[in-house]
Design a protein around this ligand. Structure first.
Ligand code: GAL
Length: 944
């Protein structure tokens, strides 16, 4: 026993040695590394092993000892490799038995695993992994210990892995089990790790994630102040002194403000440092001029920068007024908004950042100045795009719940987004049955307070679709009452609540199928004349009129800007995506797009005509409904050069004619104060004879992330777009890009959204391409039977890659070892260890670069267990032991399989035969008393 005590003492000393090394804190600034590449993925669930027997049960309850697919040594060699963002639900086909709300997509379960190494120099740093979004519930393990359980598919997870990390030769394993059976919405929610992932390395004393709050506040006259709140954390072992400095940098890169303060942060504590930046007459942020300033926050120790973050902010004032609506920078404007979910054709919810930019720009071109993130937090890249493109955001919480976990989710949202100038309103819920009850009121009162504690500068709303006139209702607990639909209640509510500002948080729910002009409910088709809407909704025109004519209505948010997978209201199968969009699933405009342009855009002429002019011959002579969407005073309509009539433009209803059909050219001319300001024509085209590819951009960045949509259309012999073409198109691509999805905007189309084929729907289809890492020319070719094919060349530029964590494809590592008590006598290496004996042997760390001393002993045994990976089970393998110190015998399942006769530090390779069984590996070390023995390096199992 004495031998064993001294051995423990030795282990203790060794550990203290490490501790000392560990306290020498690293002082490098933060590194933010992408973890998106190289995840092993398994679609389906892998049950947790049945825990039985004392030994297994005991170990199962211990940190680092999870078993099954979450365990670091699990054999994932047969899984496929995916890069993130990833949505597995969009990959397969639709299923009539799956949930219509989720787009008839099977969701289910999935597992992800990612291995990586950390350099020995990383030891001492604070290490955090971040998941920006997993759909939907998830469990996350690192190195065999469960570190996080995710209960919301729209919130980020920041996980401190410092205590669990291993360095050098050792490999770190992240395992994630995703439960996408869980549903939080009634729309398509995707499945998997669908947003970015990161590894952030920071100095022990550092600014926490989302740890800078720098939101400008207007003071007297032209004076502004940015009260800066910096949240620090010290993961070090000792109290740490530092200097926190904030500087304000103007859009031209000039430093226009600075303040600093010294701080001392106790070990394992956080601290908030409050500083202030003042500035006079800054450039203001607005949707028309989205000027962003930067607040640079640095933390220094002994004059050296140890952490640094840049926070973008914008100077703007917002005010919701009970009588006059919304004011931005002292100007009374209407909020012209749209609600949206977060998926796109072809990619589901795994939307590349560049595609967000495409979507937001499309909305902006439509005249949109605001976006309701319905009904959940969006990605931080999305929020940054709204800030820089200039779109105001109604930022919405997902789940209505005031228990601690859900309060944490709301706090996270406010903390992350409270610097965004784009955010003008927080919404705590959407349409909750308890909205007209005292319970609901009590909940919102609490959520309101959670928000206000973190951000007192923005109002809070809740999107109500009822309960407005109940004795207790949640409008009594918010700053701005949010109306979903309920147009008929606007006036009564305003009269009864004259002190409360009002906004239409959700509006419309009108239906359209792009390019269709006849409603045929038997075929799940909706016309594009703005005649169809949900019973609870309104047409686009009626909804806007109700808001536009009431000065106290701050604005509206249409349901929706884009179609989305799921919720195919008012239909069911075979429709699998929505009909509500102003644009379709791909972002191709429907008639409503031009209608809103005509109503919302003032500074340039808008004129569009619907429908197309390609009607069958039996329509000749029959009246066709024609609409002009224009912001001119008057519009004149001509057919084949002959005037039909001129109409004064009705800015709400727009203008309609019934024109007897005759093939040819239908033309509209817009007049403003008697002058021609716009012209538009639609022509009867010939048959489609060739294809055309139209890229959204002409150059892409070769970073493996940049992406864009390419439009494919069919043209007639005169080069005119054929609006009714429905040909099947095939695509090939070469060069540094790949096709990541396809769509055509038809809610009734069941073609796969992955692959290389798609039919046109009413003349259009979309291919989404994404670069690989590299540069050069990408050639995309579209072919279709009987038509001339189209080629498109896009240039991919060489760019610096987003710094990333290298993918480790390591062999099996054996890193969990037990050591026996020492003895003078040669022990029986094959001795049985009782299943309930948890204490005679002790865990021993290997790969420490240190051996142990045989104090009062000549023999000790190291032991571990492993189940060979599939290939090793079939072929046998090699046990590769690095830096073995002392004489050693290697025993596998009771058989001696290798010997090391030398005392010196040496590597050892031992072969073993094919076996499917769990293997018991033991190493008997021997030597004279006080000599060194043990495993100083890693032990890995490799293929022969
Ligand atoms: C609303 C709801 C939206 C969507 C819409 C369809 O009640 O907030 O999420 O379902 O109806 O009309």
């Amino acid at each position: 026993m004495t031998t064993f005590k001294s051995f423990l003492l030795f282990l203790c000393i060794t550990f203290l040695g490490h501790l000392q090394a560990y306290t020498q804190e690293k002082v490098n600034t933060r590194e933010v590394l992408s973890l998106d590449k190289g995840w092993s993925f398994y679609q389906g669930d892998i049950p947790y092993p049945v825990i039985k027997g004392h030994n297994m049960t005991y170990r199962n309850a211990k940190a680092g000892y999870v078993s099954g697919a979450a365990s670091p040594d699990y054999d994932d060699s047969s899984w496929c490799m995916v890069d993130l963002p990833h949505d597995w639900a969009i990959e397969g086909s639709v299923n009539p038995n799956a949930n219509l709300s989720q787009g008839y997509r099977d969701r289910g379960f999935g597992w992800y695993r990612r291995k990586f190494r950390l350099a020995p120099e990383d030891k001492g740093k604070h290490l955090e992994i971040q998941f920006d979004g997993i759909s939907t519930h998830a469990t996350i393990w690192v190195n065999g210990t469960v570190l996080h359980r995710n209960w919301c598919g729209y919130t980020s997870m920041y996980i401190d892995i410092t205590p669990y990390a291993t360095y050098g030769d050792n490999v770190n394993t992240i395992a994630v089990r995703v439960d996408a059976e869980a549903q939080e919405g009634w729309w398509y929610e995707g499945a998997g790790i669908y947003r970015h992932t990161w590894l952030v390395k920071r100095s022990p004393l550092h600014i926490i994630t989302d740890g800078v709050f720098a939101n400008p506040v207007k003071k007297m006259g032209k004076q502004w102040e940015i009260p800066v709140e910096v949240s620090l954390y010290n993961a070090g072992k000792l109290s740490a002194e530092g200097e926190v400095e904030v500087t304000l940098i103007s859009p031209d890169g000039e430093q226009v403000g600075r303040q600093s303060s010294t701080v001392s942060v106790t070990a394992l504590r956080d601290k908030i440092v409050n500083l202030s930046l003042t500035v006079s007459d800054p450039q203001l942020w607005s949707p028309d001029s989205p000027v962003l300033y930067r607040v640079k926050t640095t933390v220094k120790r002994n004059g050296m920068v140890i952490d640094e973050v840049e926070t973008k902010c914008g100077f703007r004032t917002i005010r919701f007024d009970k009588n006059t609506g919304f004011w931005l920078n002292g100007e009374n404007i209407k909020i012209k908004g749209v609600c949206n979910h977060q998926d796109h054709a072809g990619v589901g919810v795994a939307v590349p950042d560049a595609l967000w930019e495409f979507r937001l720009r499309k909305l902006k071109e439509m005249g949109v100045n605001a976006y309701r993130a319905a009904h959940n937090p969006m990605s931080k890249e999305f929020m940054a795009a709204c800030d820089s493109i200039g779109i105001m955001v109604l930022d919405e919480n997902r789940l209505f719940n005031t228990s601690p976990e859900y309060v944490r989710q709301l706090e996270w949202l406010v903390r992350r987004d409270r610097n965004c100038p784009s955010v003008i309103l927080w919404s705590v819920f959407n349409e909750e049955p308890m909205q007209g009850t005292e319970n609901g009121y009590e909940m919102v009162r609490r959520m309101y307070d959670v928000v206000k504690k973190m951000d007192s500068t923005r109002p809070v709303t809740a999107a109500m679709n009822g309960g407005f006139f109940s004795k207790y209702n949640v409008s009594q607990a918010v700053d701005v009452a949010g109306f979903n639909y309920q147009i008929k209640s606007y006036d009564r509510f305003h009269e009864e609540n004259p002190e409360l500002p009002l906004i239409s948080s959700e509006d419309g729910s009108a239906f359209m199928t792009r390019g269709e002009y006849v409603t045929d409910r038997s075929k799940n088709l909706m016309d594009s004349y703005d005649t169809q809407c949900a019973n609870w909704g309104a047409t686009h025109r009626n909804a806007w009129k109700a808001v536009a004519e009431r000065p106290w209505m701050a604005g509206c948010f249409y349901w929706t800007g884009f179609d989305y997978h799921g919720e195919p209201t008012p239909f069911r199968w075979p429709s699998t995506s929505s009909f509500f969009g102003i644009m379709d699933l791909c972002g191709f405009p429907k008639m409503a797009y031009y209608l809103h342009q005509a109503q919302w855009i003032k500074d340039e002429p808008v004129l569009q005509l619907v429908p197309h002019w390609n009607w069958p011959s039996d329509s000749i002579g029959k009246p066709i409904k024609v609409m002009a969407l224009s912001n001119a005073d008057k519009v004149k309509l001509l057919l084949n050069g002959k005037e039909i009539s001129e109409q004064k433009v009705d800015p709400y209803e727009m203008n309609t004619w019934f024109v007897p059909y005759k093939p040819g050219k239908l033309e509209a001319i817009g007049y403003q104060n008697g002058k021609v300001v716009s012209r538009m024509k639609v022509e009867t085209t010939g048959e489609p004879v060739r294809l055309r590819l139209i890229p959204y951009r002409h150059m892409l960045a070769g970073d493996g992330k940049d992406a864009m949509p390419v439009t494919v259309e069919a043209l007639d012999s005169k080069g005119r777009h054929v609006p009714i073409a429905d040909n099947m198109i095939e695509f090939t691509i070469s060069g540094p890009a790949k096709i990541i999805g396809l769509g055509n905007g038809d809610p009734n189309c069941h073609e796969l959204e992955k692959g290389n084929k798609r039919s046109l729907f009413n003349g259009l289809a979309q291919i989404i391409i994404q670069t690989t890492e590299g540069s050069g020319k990408v050639t995309l070719t579209a072919t279709s039977a009987g038509m001339r094919s189209a080629d498109l060349t896009i240039l991919v530029n060489k760019v610096d890659l987003v710094p990333f964590v290298a993918v480790e494809n390591s062999p099996m590592l054996l890193d969990k070892w037990m050591v026996s008590p020492g003895s003078f006598e040669k022990p029986d290496v094959t001795c049985q260890i009782a299943d309930n004996d948890m204490n005679s042997w002790q865990p021993v760390a290997i790969t420490t670069g240190k051996s142990i001393v045989l104090e009062n002993a000549n023999y000790i045994i190291f032991r571990t267990e492993f189940t060979p990976y599939q290939k090793l089970q079939e072929n046998g393998g090699i046990i590769y032991l690095k830096n073995v110190v002392g004489k050693a015998e290697v025993w596998l399942n009771g058989q001696l399989i290798g010997t090391k006769a030398t005392v010196n530090d040496q590597d050892l390779k031992v072969e073993f035969l094919p076996t499917k069984n769990k293997c018991d590996l033991r190493i008997l070390f021997s030597g004279s008393v006080n000599t060194q023995v043990g495993l100083k390096g890693s032990v890995r199992i490799q293929e022969k």
